[in-house]
Every structure is written in C-alpha cells, then in structure tokens.
Design a protein around this ligand. Structure first.
Ligand code: HEC
Length: 87
C-alpha cells in the first residue's frame, strides 16, 4: 500500500514538473537567445551537439549565448525549446 502511494506521488510530480520545464525553456530562450535567433535559426542536422556547442560557444555566438549566469540545464531547456521551433 505504501509503495503504491509513493508511486502515485512520483507520477503526479512528474506530470506537474514536465510542463513547467517546457515553459522555462521558452522563457529562457525568449530572454537570452531570441535577440539573435529569431532572425537566424540554426540549421538542423547536427542537433546532437547543440547543447554542447551552445555552452562552449560557436562561431560568433559567445559561450552560453553570452549569458554566463545560465546553468547547463537552462541551456538544455532553451535548446530543447529551440528544437520545437526550428525548421
Ligand atoms: C549574440 C548572438 C547570439 C545569441 C545571444 C545566441 N546565439 Fe546561438 N548562435 C549564434 C550564431 C551566430 C550561431 C551560428 C554559429 C556558427 O555556426 O558559426 C549560433 C548557433 C547556435 C546553435 C547551433 C550550434 C551548432 O552546433 O550548430 C544553437 C543550438 C544555438 N545557437 C543556441 C542558442 C541558445 C540556446 C541561446 C540562448 C542561451 C543562443 N544560441 C544565444 C548567435 C547567438
């Protein structure tokens, strides 16, 4: 019985946390990435390296898009949001 209760609580936590993460990615993207990336979306194909190259910087994009205060998971959330709007 206690085990089932724990599973139920874990399930509810997952359900409520997932949409919050997606919204964060959008907010982080809009605040930190959109100024450059609304005009220029990265090309698809090398998605596997996107999080890493955003953290390190690439070409004229500074590391973390010039926002050193963003954590790795912030970058990941923003890149994941970006993937949903890239074409
Ligand atoms: C100062 C402008 C600028 C900002 C701010 C910026 N980017 Fe970029 N980004 C670029 C440019 C320019 C490129 C292309 C780099 C190249 O391919 O030479 C790029 C490329 C990328 C790529 C493709 C990388 C690859 O491996 O091809 C991703 C993903 C990306 N940016 C994500 C982000 C995210 C997420 C943010 C916000 C945290 C962000 N960028 C903020 C200018 C910017």
């Amino acid at each position: 019985m206690r085990h089932i209760l724990k599973l139920a609580i874990a399930g509810i936590t997952l359900l409520t946390v997932a949409p919050a993460l997606a919204a964060d990615g959008q907010a982080i993207y809009k605040a930190n990435c959109a100024p450059c990336h609304n005009a220029m979306k990265p090309k698809l194909g090398d998605k596997a390296n996107w999080v890493e190259s955003t953290i390190k910087g690439k070409g004229t994009m500074p590391p973390r898009g010039g926002h050193p205060n963003l954590s790795d998971s912030d970058i990941k959330a923003a890149v994941e949001y970006m993937e949903t709007i890239a074409h």
